[in-house]
Design a protein around this ligand. Structure first.
Ligand code: ZN
Length: 171
């Protein structure tokens, strides 16, 4: 090997993105991907959710999901995770189930909110109601939103009524 020939090659760690030097032989073996053992272990980590799915067993007749994974001394389902999340390695299966369900529930709530917003209640108002809305808003002490809720219409509708853009013939 000639003098000054680089015996090491520079690589970029696939986990942390840092540059590091390794021997060409390691790269030829398919290695040299991670700068340290810690980064190697991180690359091998399996998400908690995957661990959880593996532990989910059969569902009983009354809808209970049996835990087929590891249990602690008291018979509660536990999950050993290699992700070191929050510095922990052992997780309660119940807790993980709850966290996963909470994520799903939040999504459902967001969808429900969207559906409710889209419903846009906007019923037809009688001339008496239109007059009443204008009078009460002019008197003050009540917001357009409060009137909208009370009369079952949008705040925008109340606004256009007050500005006499709608129901112009009602006076
Ligand atoms: Zn690294």
């Amino acid at each position: 090997m000639p003098k000054g020939y680089p015996s090491k090659v520079e690589r970029t760690c696939l986990v942390c993105g840092k540059s590091f030097l390794t021997i060409p032989a390691a790269v030829q073996r398919g290695g040299g991907k991670y700068c340290s053992r810690a980064c190697y272990h991180k690359s091998q980590a399996i998400p908690l959710e995957t661990h959880f799915r593996k532990g989910v067993g059969q569902t009983t007749e009354n809808g209970c999901v049996l835990w087929a994974g590891i249990k602690d001394a008291k018979g509660r389902g536990i999950i050993y995770s290699s992700t070191h999340r929050r510095g922990k390695r052992v997780f309660s299966a119940h807790r993980v189930a709850w966290e996963l369900a909470k994520g799903a529930i939040t999504q459902l709530e967001n969808i429900a909110d969207m559906v409710i917003e889209d419903r846009s209640p906007n019923r037809k108002l009688t001339p008496a109601e239109v007059r009443s809305i204008r009078r009460r808003y002019a008197e003050g002490g009540v917001s357009q939103q409060q009137l909208a809720d009370e009369y079952g219409v949008n705040q925008t509708t109340v606004s256009t009524i007050v500005l006499r853009k709608r129901y112009r013939l009602v006076n």
